[in-house]
Design a protein around this ligand. Sequence first.
Ligand code: C2E
Ligand code: MG
Ligand code: MG
Length: 693
Amino acid sequence: MIGRRIPRYTKLIMALGVALATAALVILYREYRMVTERMAISPAAEHEALVRAGFGWAAGGSLLALSLCAVVVWFIARRQTARIEELRVEAEKLRDADFGEPLPETGDDALGQLAAVFNDMRDRLRATTVSRDYVDRILSGMNETIIVTTADGSIRRINRATTELLGYSEDELLGRFIDHIVDTGKSATLIDDSTSGVPREAFFKSKFGESIPVSYTCSIVEDEGQESTDRIYAAQNITERRRAEQRIRYLARIDALTKVPNRMQFQHLLQRAIARARRSNTPLCLLYIDIDHYKDINDTFGHLAGDATLETVAERLTAAAPENSVIGRLAGDEFAVVVPDFGPNGKDRSATSALARSLLDRLADPFYVQGHEVFMTASMGIAFYPKDAPNVIDLIRNADAALYSAKKAGGNVFKYYKPAMNEAAVERLMTKSRLKRAFERDELLVHYQPKYNIETGEVFGAEALVRWELPDRGLILPSDFIPIAEETNLIIEIGEWVLDKVCEDFRLWQRSVSSPGRVSVNLSLKQLRQRNFTKRIGAILRSHEVSPTSLELEITETTLMEDPERTVKLLDQLYALGLHLAIDDFGTGYSSLSALQQFPISTLKIDKSFVREVAANPDDATLVGTIVQMGRNLNMDVVAEGVEDERQLNVLQRLECTYVQGLLFGDPMSAENYLELLMAQADGTDSYRALFA
Ligand code: C2E
Ligand code: MG
Ligand code: MG
């Protein structure tokens, strides 16, 4: 617009200049002619002619000067037009995101100032574009899938990882509803709750119909104080983690040798069978089987033959037991079978006897190992739900008591459980009241099992383990009395007493060594369920002036998952107090590691059942390795418990476990002995350091 108006105006000036100059020339020429003509006719008129000529020259001269001015004005206008044109071209370039070179800021006039403003604008625009490009590059460089949607879920933006994960191009997703990429058959729609920050899990669906498990978080875009409505979903593909978890669960539940459920899984399945039987009001029977003289087979034909025998037993039981039964290997050469709908009375009973006999006969068939014909027989104890016991533990114990009696009868027979076979039940009742008395009489003790840093061999802390000392029977281990204490509220009192004792010991150690390490204390479910639990713990710590950061609470995986929502809240409170939290006996429960992620846990303790075979069984080594890696990925310390020999220690070192504890370094010890160990370490005279070299 400006560019066009100025040329018209300059053309006008130029035309005016030309017209004036022409007029001046015409006037001059006419005057000259007139003077020469007059001088020829009358010299008298010469003077008048000269005066007129003077006027003429003056008029012509001023006209010439005027035209010169016009030319100058024209030149100036041309120059300005060129500068404005230059500005226009640069502005157009800028519009097309081409930053070009800065304009020369010549002159202090309005155009010079305009050029300066323009250059400034160009620089600022370049800066924002550069930072926007930078954000774009960050987004596209991220391995996490980033999806930005509007409040109603319409996709506004995605990054490269999203297109790679889902196989869609950007254009195919922009504007689509977020549910388009969620596998709604397998998971609910994404939850846009930004406050918790807890990762959630869902399944995405790729363009090719593949279902992809992801862990995601969602945040809401804050717009200068006020809430904008856009959502940012950041998701990670967790297929590998899922696979690893499935493998862990498989290895943790299935006996590697015989491929039937191990003890833990069998108990779990038995629990479920009992629940079903209770609902349908039907009985079930548990057959507990033990191979007769298994040790002889091992000793005579070697361990390979021993293993082959166990595999044969599992195969034969699987083939001969009714279809809906569950078979498990409970220990070395002990197997068990749960058969639903087999009861203790009338026809049921004879069916059970026939089944028991046929299984024992099938097991007694000879088989061949490395060219040797092996004969084996087995014994069997039978107990019924609900007649003989109402729960898993008692049912197994009673079937075991019947098995014991079958063994005593010489083997290759089965026996039904009778209450007289099991005095243990009576003893159990007695133990309960004795335990209560023992607690009141202060007969409980706390021992400490050191935890060692696997790289340096330094003592990192200890686990407090309660013991009961009976004058006539010596030390009783917790496995024999904690379950009984847990049946009553005694466990709460015992738990608090242990914590109190640990704090007392801790203060004593602090008088002699600067840092007694981190001491962990086991918690039971009943304690966690106490209403004012956090307050009570806080009070104990304060009364001894022990810092919460010196202590760690161990909670088993099963306890954590009892009522996760409530437990998360409680653990958050404990964590806020400064306490460390550990998952105990990891691998024995049924939770996924992702489910455990919601708890503020900093330590993972691998159950000793996995450590036991870690050096001998590659499957267990894989399992432990996977747990260690998963724990490390979640920034947790990983402790292996139950380390009994150097081979296990070496394997754990190779698998990069963080800490170890176990009988390899001696029995759990008294508070005095633990202090001695800490002092020896400070002097450099501790004896276990060499094991870690
Ligand atoms: P836990 O918390 O898993 O403790 C580890 C157990 O493994 C301890 O058994 C320990 O003596 C044992 N252990 C340590 N090293 C080895 C090893 O190399 N080989 C083998 N085979 N075992 C090893 P303990 O003392 O019999 O305690 C058994 C369980 O009783 C504990 O398992 C814990 O769940 C519970 N417990 C112990 N003290 C307390 C307590 O104060 N309160 C509560 N609620 N439970 C406790
Ligand atoms: Mg423990
Ligand atoms: Mg444990």
